[in-house]
Design a protein around this ligand. Structure first.
Ligand SMILES: [Zn+2]
Length: 128
């Protein structure tokens, strides 16, 4: 089965919510507002990778990495795909469901909160 589309609905932004709707779907229809293809833009699927000793992805200095949601995945050269070690850049929903992503995201949220002095909105488990 083909991988679902990773899409952003631009129509939702104009309905008062102020933020776009990102979703995965096999059909070109927004699940929130019902907008069709003309209001949808494709998003690059950005996977999270983490350093592991036997990972299939070789980085600089011989470091090895693996995708946190699909450790056997070897290449990211397909259209509209990329990878990152920055949790704030990840768009792939499966990667966002992993414990690795959640831990890294909490750390980044805490770093940001400490740097800005704004501690509101932090995940209650941010300091574990
Ligand atoms: Zn929408």
């Amino acid at each position: 089965m083909a991988q679902p589309f990773l899409l952003r609905c631009l129509a939702c932004r104009h309905l008062g919510g102020g933020f776009p709707m990102d979703f995965e779907s096999t059909s070109l229809k927004c699940p929130r507002c019902g907008a069709a293809a003309a209001a949808l833009v494709p998003r690059v699927r950005i996977y999270l990778i983490a350093e592991v000793s036997d990972g299939p992805i070789v980085g600089i200095y011989g470091k090895r990495f693996a995708c946190v949601s699909d450790p056997a995945k070897k290449t990211f050269i397909q259209h509209q795909e990329a990878f990152t070690d920055d949790p704030l850049a990840v768009t792939n929903p499966a990667c966002k469901e992993t414990d690795v992503y959640k831990k890294l995201k909490r750390e980044r949220d805490l770093q940001h909160a400490l740097a800005t002095g704004n501690l509101t909105g932090l995940d209650e488990n941010c300091c574990e």
